[in-house]
Design a protein around this ligand. Structure first.
Ligand code: KG4
Length: 342
């Protein structure tokens, strides 16, 4: 009999549901929440309310598009954390209710583990693009910047992480002060293509180990704007592309510096990237350049599996289902994780 896993993701501002059948993706539906654009960032209370409105139609659509029915579902995987508590609770409660009514097991998924395992999503049974273990994964999103040593599906250790802002936050916050809207990452990426990255110099952090810091870069960007705007009120408008290019180059430089160090020290040359910021064209190019220069075997996910999606939750659930790692009906959501991911 086929194993059909329904995955549900609701950790931040995307409501998503996906069906994976015998390890192959059949549907992946994502409802993004436009309501936050007006505020320049995710408003937690509005996110929870939007999840409540979206979750039933999104799950129904995922089941329909997969050509399955509720009766075919073997187990339900949901994002248990980390993320926004109110948002997580919507997915958690919905998954529990559906699991009780269908009489199928529940699988709790760590959102960060799911981002890493997005590399194992298959669109056909023949697809063979997943990295071999062990590998190093750079996880960069709106809320996380981590270097993870991945020993197996269920053994992952965070060896470096941001001590303040995440890489995506650095993109989004700097874009916000430039008046580029939210989320700013994709806009910076687009603008940077026309700009000169060497025009403005921005500060780089000096912290030890494999940890990241982006708050100094953000501050130096703000000071640059403040000083230049005092002289020319139209500075940002005139220099949008150059500012975007300089900012993007600095973020990628910071990310790759620590990643190079981690890869070198670990002696593992299989290197993956995951999370929303892995959609960034300069990050992708940097991975390809490092592959050519240092002989890294790199793994870059398809665009649709970089930002928050339920396909990655369903594939993680699929592995847990095979190991019989079911979740207790009383499992609470959690907003944060420690160093040992799983
Ligand atoms: O993984 P994700 O969807 O979820 C959160 O952690 O919220 O990541 C979203 C982040 C945002 O900060 C967004 O600006 C960033 O990913 N992002 C990008 C690009 N596409 C998305 N940053 C830079 N360049 C992009 N092309």
């Amino acid at each position: 009999m086929s194993v059909v896993i329904l995955g549900i993701e609701s950790s931040c501002d995307d409501t998503s549901a996906a069906i994976i059948k015998d390890g192959v993706l059949c549907s992946n539906v994502i409802a993004s929440q436009a309501v936050h654009e007006a505020y320049g960032g995710v408003v937690p209370e509005l996110a929870s309310r939007a999840h409540q409105q979206n979750i039933v139609p999104v799950v129904s659509e995922a089941i329909k598009r997969a050509g399955t029915t509720k009766a075919d579902i073997s187990a339900i995987a949901f994002t248990r954390g980390p993320g926004l508590m109110g948002s997580l609770l919507v997915g958690n409660s919905f998954a529990k209710g559906l699991s009780l009514s269908l009489g199928v097991p529940l699988l709790d998924v760590n959102h960060l583990q799911a981002h890493v395992l997005a590399h194992f999503i298959k669109k056909s049974p023949e697809q063979d693009t997943a990295p071999q273990f062990p590998f190093i994964c750079l996880l960069v999103s709106g809320g996380n910047s981590q270097i993870i040593k991945v020993d197996s599906y269920d053994k992952m250790q965070v060896i470096g992480q941001t001590i303040d802002d995440a890489a995506g936050e650095a993109f989004d916050k700097c874009a916000k002060v430039m008046g580029l809207g939210y989320p700013g990452g994709p806009v910076i990426d687009r603008l940077a293509k026309e700009g000169d990255a060497t025009l403005f110099s921005l500060s780089r952090p000096h912290i030890g180990g494999y940890d990241y810091s982006f708050s100094g870069l953000k501050t130096s960007f703000l000071y640059l704007l403040r000083d230049e705007l005092a002289v020319d009120p139209d500075f940002v408008n005139k220099n949008k592309a150059h500012l975007a290019a300089s900012l993007q180059a600095a973020i990628v430089d910071i990310l790759m510096n620590k990643l190079r160090k981690a890869v070198k020290d670990s002696g593992i040359n299989r290197v993956a990237v995951a999370g929303g910021v892995s959609a960034n064209s300069a990050v992708r190019q940097a991975f390809l350049d490092h592959s050519a220069r240092y002989g890294w075997k790199v793994y870059i996910p398809e665009f649709s599996f970089t930002t928050d999606n339920a396909a990655m939750v369903a594939i993680t659930g699929y592995f847990k289902y095979q190991n019989g790692e079911y979740c207790d009906i009383n499992a609470p959501s959690f907003s944060r994780v420690e160093n040992q991911l799983v």
